[in-house]
Design a protein around this ligand. Structure first.
Ligand SMILES: Cc1ncc(COP(=O)(O)O)c(C=O)c1O
Length: 350
């Protein structure tokens, strides 16, 4: 007897990859001087331990996990303001930068990199870190940022991995402690989440991947913890990066055609590879509920209440309205049209 067809799920953790038939040329994030660790926050932690800044400047719109990376003592954290459109609100704070402070600038969604801000900070003698955890294809550029941090596992199904790309020629990371392997139990949970998700996507197994993923996320390491040899090998051999980038771009443009009025970035810049398709709406929660009912799971990047000071009202307004629609390589344009139609319906309903 034929099995009843199970609904496919849109969004959530990526399944473990099968090696592709064709491999593309090695992308920038796998080239140059770099350190491979367990995740993005470990890269930032190790870097801050080395640079020992008196002050770390963070954008008022950020992922809370960044705060885990800040050494417990010796660094004072200041925020600079990002507005509702993820552009810096003022330049006054730049005047307060002292030599060898660290300024972290996020490349939002692989689309919103604020080059001018980074250049201004650099010209004042700060170390500039481009946080490209949402921007795997970001071009490292030493005139803009001294370091670039990537988190490939947000783009493909891998249990671990963070890349610290060193763009500066200055001698840095001389005192680095030798990274240790991650705890086996954490890594097995993270790996299991990818394996079970891959089985699920092939029509076998159950939804245990969700719990496993949440457990692994809650226990992410942060320190001098090395990437697994599995993830290192997979990054270099398992993915057709060009095909992934193209699929993401195509899906993004399909959503942009239908949802330009609510898009945070209505137009995808040439060469940008998106993490997802962020929209803004006062009716965000209603849209999300509607999509959940259809087994589509858009994340919120990011809830910042209780993390970022309340005085950054525009950032908090954005956090209340933003929703990231999935547009990754697992899906095609017909799924994008379906998502856009559901968003439209949710917007129209009262
Ligand atoms: C912008 C940004 N920076 C850093 C991180 C931390 O990356 P990881 O989860 O690989 O530690 C995240 C995680 O979501 C992020 O979105």
């Amino acid at each position: 007897m034929a099995q009843p067809k199970r609904p496919t799920i849109v969004g959530g953790v990526f399944g473990l990859p099968c090696p592709p038939a064709a491999k593309s040329a090695s992308p920038e994030f796998l080239q140059g001087r770099r350190l491979l660790l367990a995740n993005g926050r470990s890269c930032l932690h190790v870097l801050l331990q080395e640079l020992k800044p008196r002050t770390l400047w963070l954008p008022s719109y950020l992922c809370g996990s960044i705060l885990e990376a800040i050494p417990k003592r010796g660094v004072s954290v200041h925020y600079y303001e990002m507005g509702f459109g993820l552009k810096p609100e003022s330049t006054d704070w730049l005047g307060k930068i002292r030599k060898r402070d660290v300024v972290l600038a996020i490349n939002y969604f692989g689309i919103g990199r604020n080059d001018q801000l980074m250049r201004d900070a650099k010209s004042r003698g700060a170390w500039v870190v481009e946080d490209a955890c949402q921007a795997l294809w970001a071009q490292p550029d030493a005139s803009v940022a001294d370091f670039t941090i990537y988190s490939p596992r947000k783009f493909v199904g891998l249990p671990d991995g963070g890349i610290l790309r060193i763009n500066t020629d200055k001698p840095v990371l001389k005192h680095l402690t030798k990274p240790v392997p991650a705890s086996a139990s954490w890594w097995m949970d993270a790996m299991d989440a990818c394996v079970v998700r891959a089985e699920f996507d092939r029509g076998q197994g159950d939804r245990r991947w969700f719990e496993l993923f949440q457990k692994a996320e809650a226990n992410q390491p942060c320190g001098a913890v090395e990437i697994s040899s599995f993830s290192r090998f997979a990054l270099e051999n398992y993915f057709d990066w060009d095909a992934i980038a193209n699929a993401r771009g195509k899906n993004y443009r399909a959503l942009a055609t239908e949802l330009a009025d609510v898009a945070l970035y209505p137009k995808l810049p040439t060469h940008a590879v998106p993490l997802g398709f962020p929209i803004r709406s006062e009716h965000r929660d209603r849209i999300r509920e509607r999509l959940f009912k259809e087994q589509i799971f858009p994340p919120i990047h990011w809830p910042i209440a209780g993390i970022v000071p309340a005085r950054f009202t525009e950032s908090h307004r954005l956090a209340n309205e933003i929703l990231t629609l999935p547009c990754d390589q697992r899906y095609d344009v017909s799924t994008m049209k379906r998502i856009a139609g559901l968003v439209r319906k949710a917007l129209a309903s009262r």
